[in-house]
Design a protein around this ligand. Structure first.
Ligand code: DGT
Ligand code: CA
Ligand code: ZN
Length: 571
């Protein structure tokens, strides 16, 4: 199919532009065009013939012209030029995590590295130390990444996995044969990282759906292929497992493949006690073999005497007992959040004017939004001086006059190394909401770090402890801190702690958020927005809260503006 041929070329184009150090914007444009072609059900030649190319999402003048070039000549000259002077297998090198396109190119040009095998040998011998800034440590990291690439077991962050799943689901649905489609596995449970994507479909034409998956341009490798099942590796490195299941077993398969394994084991034990056998094919009477349930998940749970359990809770963390005893919590939902309590603007290291943030929050239906730029000590993030903070409040007043949403004057105030705050009390007292965070001296020992944070929480002006462990998924360990002591202090002084919804942070995580709530501490779910689109990361924070069993009453920013302000003026 021409659509797929072209999409494949466009993905390659994007990678080659990356190697040539082109702008992110241009690279993304080719990727988007490839995605459009991959999910387009009408033949692109037919679209072109009726003059409809430019109406397709992501197809502008330049890319439209390349499509026409390919349709008439069978080649794309620009692509051929980009391929020049690069070895045929070069792009496979970029599958090694941590090897950027620029470095890869330098390695080829200077050291003739053109395959992963050669890269591995060169890292072992150390012959590339000194090329393009490569050091001994870089070689060690690359060797780890190569091993991981071979094992195919690196876990992806939830948002990246969600994006791949969305794209594959769209493509499968566009090319026929799919009736129902659900994403199962850890992705449905909203775990913070995901090993592979599990997709379930019902289909009138299983062969067709399988064929679509294995021939998708964004698929790098087909690892298994059967009549109702296929496994592939997506170009982003993630494995995707597709299963076609019978409609009468769809609920059972969805339940089984959503997991977690530990949850399923518990469920199977319950079934056995009732003389039932539960599997991915359905729930069956052990004695007669008769099918008792399987079409919907609700039926499957009902067969063992349970109400339906939200996927986020299915981790064998007491959810089965809670379900049996009728005490499953009503989990918080995104629509219940009334505002965001941690956001930056270009006054510090945000990338938008204050008013754009306000508009974006208003567009999401919020009742309030905070402006919480960094404080003066955080110079790398252009932290505000006392004067600048006060000047900012003049802008807040001016912008407020034009908007109904309440703009909260705030600060993400640094907790200094000894637990003092970065602004004097009288300055903090002028603000509506103060988020206090650690951004320095992460290596302090446990006692020092704990005392530092507890001291900050003793300040009458602090409202929320921001990203309480400081971790960065995949790049920075949490600092060493006694969280139970922190939660006890928060409880004693009436403070809230944050679930930071930034995908690299998710801090607090689900386990710690549950502990905080059990200690009686309210939690805020905030995005720490630096780019406006990040306001939508709130979903990730809501997922953490749901995995922590939290209901709306435990979340600070489900409160109305009046209730929130009354809470900040407590004591
Ligand atoms: P991950 O590691 O992020 O892919 O996590 P999951 O939970 O998606 O794990 P995965 O993809 O290996 O399997 C998907 C689901 O299938 C899993 O959550 C539960 C179910 N499952 C897989 N293997 C077994 C098994 O041996 N026993 C049971 N009871 N369930 C299983
Ligand atoms: Ca999985
Ligand atoms: Zn911060």
């Amino acid at each position: 199919m021409t659509n797929f041929e072209l999409a494949r070329l466009f993905y390659e184009m994007a990678s080659l532009l990356e190697v040539r150090d082109e702008s992110r914007f241009r690279i993304r444009a080719w990727q988007r065009a490839a995605q459009t072609l991959e999910t387009l059900s009408e033949d692109v030649a037919a679209v072109a013939a009726r003059g409809g190319l430019r109406a397709l999402p992501g197809i502008g003048k330049e890319i439209g012209a390349r499509i026409e070039e390919y349709l008439t000549t069978g080649r794309i000259e620009l692509l051929e030029r980009l391929r020049e002077n690069l070895p045929p297998d070069f792009l496979s090198l970029l599958e090694v995590r941590g090897l950027g396109p620029r470095t890869a190119r330098a390695l080829w040009e200077v050291a003739g590295i053109d395959t992963i095998e050669r890269l591995e040998a060169a890292c072992r011998s150390g012959q590339i130390i000194g090329v393009a800034g490569i050091q001994k440590k870089t070689c060690e990291n690359l060797l780890k990444a190569i091993a991981q690439h071979r094992a195919g077991r690196a876990r992806a962050l939830l948002p990246a996995a969600r994006e791949v799943a969305r794209q594959v689901a769209l493509a499968l649905s566009a090319h026929g044969g799919v009736e129902r489609l659900e994403i199962a596995g850890s992705l449905r449970r909203m775990r913070e990282t995901v090993k592979d994507i599990d997709i379930l479909v019902t289909s009138t034409a299983p062969a067709r759906v399988i064929e679509t998956l294995v021939s998708l341009p964004s698929v790098a490798e087909v690892t298994a292929r059967g009549e109702t099942k296929a496994s592939v590796r997506h170009q982003d490195g993630l494995a995707v497992d597709l299963r076609v299941v019978a409609p009468e077993a769809f609920g059972a398969a969805l339940q089984y493949f959503t997991g977690s394994k530990a949850h399923n084991v518990r469920l199977r034990e319950m079934a056995v006690r009732r003389g039932l056998k539960i599997s991915e094919y359905g729930v069956f009477d052990e004695a007669t073999g008769a099918r008792v349930a399987g079409e919907t998940e609700e039926d499957v749970y009902a067969a063992v005497g349970l109400p339906w359990i939200p996927p986020e809770l299915r981790e064998d963390g007491g959810e089965i007992d809670a379900a049996r005893e009728g005490r499953l919590p009503a989990l918080v939902e995104r629509a219940q959040l009334r505002g965001d309590l941690h956001d930056h603007t270009e006054w510090s290291d945000g990338h938008h004017p204050l008013e754009r943030l306000v508009e974006a929050a208003e567009a999401r239906g919020y009742e309030y939004v905070i402006v919480s730029d960094h404080s003066r000590s955080l110079t790398i993030a252009q932290g505000l001086s006392v004067e600048r903070l006060r000047q900012q409040r003049a802008e807040i007043r001016a912008v407020q006059a034009r908007h109904a949403i309440r703009i909260l004057a705030g600060s993400e105030c640094d907790i200094l190394e000894d637990g003092r705050l970065d602004f004097p009390d009288e300055v903090l007292a002028e603000l509506d909401v103060v988020v206090a965070s650690v951004h320095s001296r992460f290596k302090q020992d446990r006692a020092t770090m704990t005392a530092r944070i507890v001291r900050a929480l003793e300040s009458p002006h602090v409202d929320i402890l921001g990203h309480p462990t400081g971790r960065r998924l995949g790049s920075r360990e949490p600092y060493d801190v006694d969280l139970d002591a922190v939660f006890a202090a928060a409880r004693a002084h009436g403070k809230a702690v944050e679930i930071n919804a930034s995908p690299e942070r998710l801090d607090l995580n689900d386990v710690h958020a549950r502990r905080a709530a059990e200690a009686g501490v309210p939690l805020s779910i905030s995005t720490d927005t630096h780019y406006l689109s990040e306001l939508d990361n709130v979903d990730l924070g809501v997922a953490v809260a749901r995995r922590a069993w939290l209901g709306p009453a435990q979340i600070l920013n489900t409160r109305s503006l009046d209730d929130l302000l009354a809470w900040t003026r407590r004591g």
